[in-house]
Design a protein around this ligand. Structure first.
Ligand SMILES: [Zn+2]
Length: 261
């Protein structure tokens, strides 16, 4: 394979991440509203003026505009460049971990992009759209045979466990509290993570996201001075996505340290 120096690889993966992140901003905004993700082009949410081509350049467009619309001067949310930067970070991390290859482009990067989009849609709307999670499950399964770290059987087992685990968990939670705790979107997201990371990834993701979700939920409840913790639901998708990504990137490191303990 052609030799690519590291600095150039960082540059290229960050660049693809920024471009992908800019597209994710469109997905995050439009999918929950049921709008087309292709037409019309990006426009200012306040005055409706279409963006000029240079305003559309990831990150740079925002900086050149100094965070304001070019025609009506409305503030542009810092969320847009933040999503682009985060996606760039995830893409660079994927390259650092897995290196160049077809799998990086067809499996690792799309997984990262899906997790970023799902995280922000869940934060905004408390929902995880099937339009993202179901293609994600299919992609995870379809590319698993080529991934030496997972393989087809492990991928199938992971997806099945992802479904099963949460169904059981949701059932027990409902019996115990009399309320619905987990949405169907969470179940499909965990199945998607399972399709990419295998059954161990599902175990790890459930464990890790429960711990981080509980800690952050408690802190949040204290800050917001909510009396009843149980009635206060924070979206669980971002915790699942973060834990799943962590395992996908560093799972074998984690697993090895567990064996050594
Ligand atoms: Zn405007």
């Amino acid at each position: 394979m052609m030799y690519i120096p590291d600095w150039l690889s960082y540059f290229i993966s960050a660049g693809f991440g920024l471009i992908a992140g800019s597209f994710l901003n469109v997905l995050i905004h439009r999918i929950p509203l049921g709008k087309s993700i292709i037409k019309p082009g990006s426009h200012c949410p306040k005055c409706g003026k279409p963006l000029r081509w240079r305003d559309n350049i990831p990150l740079l467009g925002f900086l050149l505009l100094r965070g304001r619309c070019h025609s009506c001067d409305a503030r542009i949310s810092i969320r847009y460049p933040a999503v682009e930067l985060l996606t760039a970070l995830v893409f660079v991390a994927m390259w650092t971990r897995f290196g160049w290859g077809a799998l990086l482009v067809l499996r690792d990067w799309p997984l990262g992009a899906l997790l970023v989009a799902i995280t922000f849609i869940d934060l905004d709307h408390r929902l995880i759209p099937d339009q993202l999670s179901i293609p994600g499950i299919v992609l995870g399964l379809a590319t698993s045979w080529a991934d030496p770290g997972v393989g087809l059987w492990s991928s199938l087992a992971g997806a099945a466990l992802g479904f099963g685990f949460f169904y059981a968990f949701a059932w027990i939670y409902e019996k115990a509290t009399g309320r619905q705790g987990l949405g169907g979107g969470d179940i499909k997201l965990l199945a998607m993570i399972g399709a990419f990371a295998g059954p161990l990834g599902v175990f790890f993701t459930v464990m890790m996201s429960s711990i981080t979700g509980t800690v952050i939920g408690l802190v949040w409840a204290l800050v917001a001075r909510r009396r009843s913790l149980m009635k206060f639901a924070i979206p669980f998708g971002p915790f699942l996505a973060a834990a799943g990504l962590y395992y996908y990137l560093l799972g074998d490191v984690w697993f090895r340290s567990m064996i050594r303990m």
